[in-house]
Write a protein that binds this ligand. Structure first.
Ligand SMILES: Nc1ncnc2c1ncn2[C@@H]1O[C@H](COP(=O)(O)OP(=O)(O)O)[C@@H](O)[C@H]1O
Ligand SMILES: [Mg+2]
Length: 232
């Protein structure tokens, strides 16, 4: 039985898709079979982020329509599998149709199914969280981002999601010192959501701020290992 994890934030640009890529890679490096479903209908980016945009010949909407097999819509990304939506068509309920109609096949093939949700908290968001066993909320360390995640958490709870986890992304100790970013402890206190990890700003040069280590730590925590939160 696989576990479905939806990654969301409400606000765009918080780093959901980059987090999904790093988290999927990290879970697969632990020997887990991972599927990553891009839920950003008509605005897919994961294929580009993962450098496989020239390998997406079929989408999961083609699978639903019977135009290809699940395997033909699978794109191997060095250890895990990506399923993309169409780039040019706006769809209505296809994410739900795919996760519902193909849930048995997906459950048989994968340990973890990660859904990268698009931005916003309306229909697309509800579709992305509806099959989720766990919702990972991504916030930047800013008051605007925290407010949006708080709202997204509220909508998730209104839709029966109880297992919410928080990731604080783009953390930069210099910006915290200068007051440009909020203190981590303040964010955790404000949101009151179990924090599963922090991811440093990719632009930090210090080796101890390596984002891959952060993604690995989060994946290990996710599967139940005790790993201390990265000290920035
Ligand atoms: N940890 C990080 N540090 C610095 N920049 C980041 C980090 N995570 C994501 N970004 C940048 O933020 C932007 C938005 O990321 P993306 O993953 O597309 O966000 P979303 O999917 O939430 O819209 C991209 O330019 C990406 O490179
Ligand atoms: Mg995205």
């Amino acid at each position: 039985m696989s576990q479905i994890i939806t990654v969301a934030s409400g606000k765009g640009g918080t780093g959901k898709s980059h987090f999904c890529a790093g988290f999927a890679r990290a879970l697969s490096s632990l020997g887990k079979k991972v599927a990553l479903i891009d839920g950003a209908m008509g605005l897919r980016t994961l294929d580009m982020i993962l450098g496989v945009d020239d390998k997406v010949f079929y989408t999961y909407v083609d699978v639903i329509n019977g135009d290809c097999t699940l395997e033909e819509a699978s794109v191997e990304c060095g250890g895990f599998t990506l399923f993309s939506p169409p780039q040019n068509t706006l769809c209505e309920n296809e994410l739900t149709d795919f996760s519902t109609n193909f849930s048995k096949d997906l459950q048989n093939l994968f340990d973890f199914i990660i859904i990268d949700s698009g931005s916003g908290i309306s229909n697309e968001f509800i579709q992305a969280i509806s099959p989720a066993d766990k919702v990972i909320l991504i916030t930047e360390p800013t008051s605007e981002s925290v407010r949006c995640v708080d709202r997204a958490a509220g909508v998730a709870e209104e839709n029966g999601k109880k297992d919410l986890l928080l990731v604080i992304n783009k953390v930069n100790p210099d910006y915290i010192k200068k007051g440009i970013q909020s203190q981590i402890i303040t964010i955790i206190d404000m949101l009151g959501i179990t924090t599963i990890g922090i991811v440093p700003d990719f632009n930090l040069k210090n080796k101890k701020h390596n984002p891959d280590i952060a993604f690995n730590n989060i994946a290990r925590r996710f599967v139940g290992e005790k790993v201390p939160i990265m000290d920035l």
